[in-house]
Structure formats: structure tokens, C-alpha cells
Design a protein around this ligand. Sequence first.
Ligand code: SF4
Length: 434
Amino acid sequence: MRTAALTTLGCKVNQVETEMMEGLFKARGYTIVPFEEAADVYVINTCSVTHLGEKKSRQLVRRAKRTNESAVIAVTGCYAQVAPEEIRAIEGVRVVIGTKDRGKIVDFVETAVTTDGVLDETGDIMHAEVFEDIPLLAAPGRTRAFLKIEEGCNNFCTFCIIPYARGPVRSRALSSIKSEAEKLVEHGFREIVLTGIHLGHYGEDLSPRLTLADAAQAVLDIPGLTRLRLGSLESIELDDRLLELWARDPRFAGHLHLPLQAGTDAILKRMNRKYTREDFARLFHRLEGMVPDAAISTDVIVGFPGETDELFEEGLAFIERLPFARMHVFPYSKRTGTPAAKMDGQVPEEVKKERAARMQAIADRKREDFAKKFIGRTMDILLETEHEGEWNGITENYIKVYVIPKEGKKLANGSLVSVHLQGVYKDGLRGTRI
Ligand code: SF4
């Protein structure tokens, strides 16, 4: 029996793609084993968003080679797409695939077994036109099902390498979204998360043109679906139809992840973000009015080129005003090949670190303030993981809740349970099962 071990770095889209590739290997008779074990094939799905992602990708190749000297090592994903020559040069790599043609990964690996040298299958991504539709061939081993409906990005934010790694927007056909979502519901998934690289542009390349609201409606139409969530999307891409659906259908999770990235218009402009901070604030308050318990989470970059002390303080004060439920804080990471890497006003690393720590302190406080509002309430949580008898899961508005089951009572991951929320605990709340 041949074995394959796959691992993922980076975002949720990468995780979904790894699950799809796992399905392809299983369908061809491979047994999937943990990445730490000896395997005939290793697949490393890489990330290129930061230098750290690239460094980790290289370390994983070396680790796979140490575990089984004669294995076929295939490297795929964003780092492989933007720097195939660096990947080819890592000792032990036999197959390089970028962000397309992953549907053929098993064939590429099997060709590599019978040939010498490195098989490099990365191609031009900037002119890719169609969504690569890889059906789910095996149920993903997780509690929430991430369904990829879109690929690529046309935004070209000045800090971001993703448009060069993923190419232009390509959308999954509505019929394919429906059939994949039906499979996931049949497999017993209680929550489906629609994901993409630039989700808000879903459907703009299709004929007839569709929108994200069409994709969301198609999934909500599936009988048996319990919860639908949207992955990260740009604030300016929320149209009225989508928001109306979000506010009206109780199965639509009251949570939106809208990356703000910076709290001043000067930096937003340098980032090529297409909104002002007041546009963002107006939308935020509109959303609060539509779904009062909703969680709005965000991403913020600190230390972007040109961010002076004054601009940082101004941005911090603006972010203080908005009651985000969660914030992911990133110190700016220079990506070769992006306009921001060549901008003047690069911020020293130690200043970025100090700004990130201050922003993170605000993020921690906001997360706690948001969660505290729900103490005393009873909410459904989707159970995710268990550690030493303590379970955790998330509410529809993305609060992490920890539960210790009563003696003799069993809990199971992937199930929805009603929990009475009692107090702040770790990075969320603790509660007891009703
Ligand atoms: S919207 Fe901006 S940050 Fe997001 S993937 Fe596209 S270029 Fe990158």
C-alpha cells in the first residue's frame, strides 16, 4: 500500500486545497499518514505571504527528506508559484506545482517516480481563466467545512504578493457549489464556510454574471444546512442583497471578517485599498444596526512603509473607536516583487515590533470586551477540539467557548450544543452545557 503525507502552511484556502489533494491521493489508492511519519510521497502546500511562511516551507521539505530519504517530495502552493527556481534548488524536491493543475498532482508524482530530476509544472498564472474545479473526494477531517468558491485576486494591494501567486479572479460554477455543499451536508457537517482569495468578487467572471449573494443563497437552499459563514472579504464588496440575506436568515452566522489593514487614509492610499476609513466606519455601524450581536473581525498591518509615529497614533486612535470582536495584527513584511517593497519610508523592525505589541494589546482587550457582552446568555456552540477533558467550540458570532462535560456525559466534535456562558476564560468564555 502506497502512503502519502500532506501538510499545509498559510491560509484557509490552502487548507481546503490540501484536503482536495488528499482526496485525489485516496481515490488513487494511497493511504494518508501523518506528516511526521515515513511516507512514499510528501506534499507541502506552501505559503508566500510572509518570509516566515517561505522559511517554514523550506524546513518542511528538509524534514520530509530526513524522515524518508527516498520519498517523492512535491511542493505546491503560492511560494512554489512565485519562486519555482528557489523550490527546485532545495535538495530532495522532485515535483514543483504552483497554484494551478493541482488536480493532476497524483499523475505528476507518479511520473516523477519513473524519471530523474525535478518535474517543474508551474506555469503562467497571470492569464489563467477558469476556476480549477477539484471535487471533494473524501470528507475533510474537521468540524467546519471550508468550501472554496473563488480563486485569484485583481486588487493588487501594494503589500500583497497574492495576485502574482494566484492570478486573476476565477469563480466556481453555481452548480458545482451546490453539489459540493450538498455532499458536505450529507457528510454531517453543521457549518459550511465559503472561502476564496477575493471572495467579494465571486461571479464577476461568469456568464451570466453572478455575485456572492447568489452563491450564499444556493448553499442556504440546501435542506439540512445548519450554519453558513463567509470567509474574509473586502468591506466595499458587501452589496445590499448579500447584507439583506445575512441579516434575514438565522442560519447565516453573525460574523464577518473585513480586513481594514490601516486606520489612516494616508496609509490606506499607499496600500491601494479602495476605501477611506470613514467608509469602513460607516459600514461597521450599519452592520451593527442590522445584526446587533454580530461579530466584526479584521486584519491590521502595522509598520507599513510611510507609517510615521504620528500616523501610527492616528490609526490606533481610529481603531480604538470600532468595537471589533477580533483583530489579527501583522507587522508589515516586505515581499519582493510588490510595489510596497520599493517604497520609501520603510519602518525599522524594532519599531514594527513595538507597534504590533501595542496594537495586539488593543486587540486582546476588544476580544474580551466583545465576549463579555454574552455572559449570562445561552448560545449554541459548534464543538471543535478536546484537550484533557476540556472541549472548545465557537458560537455563530465567533466567540471561542470552553466547556467541561458533566461526569458521564460524552461530547463529540462537530456537534452543536447549547451552552450557558458564564465568564471570561482563556481567549474566550467558559460555559456549561444545558
Ligand atoms: S485584496 Fe489585497 S490583500 Fe487581499 S489578496 Fe487581493 S491584493 Fe492581497
